[in-house]
Design a protein around this ligand. Structure first.
Ligand SMILES: [Zn+2]
Length: 411
């Protein structure tokens, strides 16, 4: 009992203390109504100013703008006839609000399915679930750079012929908290509803589900202690002032060193020194590849936020995959199931034309090793990484409805 009280007060202290990194005066700008002819200009501005891109769609992009950049960026955009508006006046204020809300809510140390949970709470829940169900196991598939375990839950109900695998991971980008909560919800929902809910039962009778709620534990931990908006892992780089590799630009997709990732260690899209240079991406990819040696891996879902997009290959080129028709049809099935859940619409299409071209991404790597159904999903909402608590459960429910429908449609 005493131990519990000490732990609870530690959580309280951690939540009370302010983040080290302050975004006071930083703004979120949306550059909107971008025409095809203006796209190259926008990409050049982002690259030249090394802007932190938060999200984007076919005709818009959200960027974080520091106080120092406001004037010059505004002038540059205006000179190019690009429309923009300030979406968030002061980014620190939603961050503070979220932290205050979390502090008030967290009275227990256990998992809260409809809320955000810190790394230790998620890990404890993963272990507890494995202990409670004899068809759920937990495995550490490697260590992060800072020595944290990379945990995966395996949901494999007994009986029937050997099943194909569906792999779902969350939190490759640390600040995308809704993804961690969506994986946690999936673990809770699938285990509790198997044998009761027909759709869940059918899914687990068809697939072995591999679920990784925290792909990037060092980064996720850092978003709870120091910088809510941290994206990359926590690797030291050649620049002593810049930390971290973007794990979704570090994959050995055959085009890692292409033009759509950054060689600058200070960039949020820094690709690292070599494909799979990072322990997290190396461990996950080695593990998935080893699974393919003895079992069919039918699908790979890599979850992100935000923008409400369902994307398939390719990211590295605008060319379409030979399987584009089937990928579009499965994506549509997923998006329709999402819409049927709470009415939210998701756009779908190839990564390069739906969000932006990118080298070294997970979907292209999955495709390269033979997992044609490799998808990147951008969850709710369309305006911020700080998704209100009231939207956590609906977001998780619709995402799993989409993933389930897609998996049932894949042959
Ligand atoms: Zn992301």
């Amino acid at each position: 009992m005493k131990g519990v009280r000490v732990f609870a007060s530690l959580v309280f202290v951690a939540l009370c203390s302010a983040y080290t990194v302050d975004y006071k005066g930083h703004q979120l700008w949306r550059v909107d109504d971008i025409t095809a002819a203006q796209l190259d200009d926008v990409r050049a501005i982002i690259k030249n100013l090394d802007l932190d891109v938060w999200a984007s769609g076919r005709t818009w992009v959200d960027v974080r703008v520091t106080p120092q950049l406001r004037r010059s960026l505004g002038k540059t955009l205006a000179a190019l006839n690009l429309n923009f508006r300030v979406q968030t006046e002061d980014l620190q204020s939603p961050i503070d609000e979220e932290r205050n809300n979390l502090r008030q809510r967290k009275s227990s140390t256990g998992i809260t399915i409809d809320d955000y949970n810190d790394l230790e709470t998620i890990e404890a829940f993963m272990k507890e679930t494995a202990a409670n169900y004899d068809w759920v196991t937990i495995e550490s598939i490697g260590k992060s750079l800072e020595g944290r375990d990379l945990w995966v839950n395996i949901l494999s109900v007994p009986g029937g012929a050997e099943k194909p695998i569906a792999w779902i991971d969350c939190g490759i980008h640390a600040r995308e908290w809704i993804t961690h909560s969506t994986c946690v919800y999936g673990l809770d929902h699938l285990t509790k509803e198997y044998g009761k809910d027909q759709e869940v039962t059918e899914l687990l009778d068809k697939y072995d589900i591999y679920l990784m709620p925290v792909y990037n534990p060092d980064g996720y931990s850092f978003t709870w202690t120091d910088d809510r908006m941290w994206r990359k892992n926590r690797a030291p780089t050649s620049d002593p002032f810049c930390i971290g590799v973007d794990l979704n630009r570090n994959q050995d997709d055959g085009h890692w060193d292409g033009p759509y990732s950054s060689t600058d260690p200070c960039s949020d899209a820094y690709r690292g020194t070599a494909p799979f240079s990072e322990p997290e991406s190396k461990a996950v990819s080695d593990y998935i590849e080893s699974l393919t040696q003895h079992q069919k891996v039918n699908a790979y879902f890599n979850l992100h936020s935000y923008s409400q997009l369902w994307m398939h290959v390719f990211g590295w080129t605008f060319e379409l995959a030979p399987e584009n028709d089937v990928l579009e049809s499965v994506s549509k099935i997923g998006c329709d199931a999402i819409k049927a859940t709470h009415g939210e619409t998701f756009d779908y299409g190839p990564i390069a034309s739906t969000i932006y071209p990118a080298n070294g991404g997970t979907a292209d790597w999955g495709y390269k090793i033979g997992i044609v159904h490799s998808y990147g999903l951008e969850l709710r909402d369309r305006s911020s990484f700080i998704l209100p608590k009231s939207e956590i459960l609906p977001a998780a429910e619709e995402t799993w409805a989409g993933i389930r429908a897609a998996l049932m449609a894949i042959e």
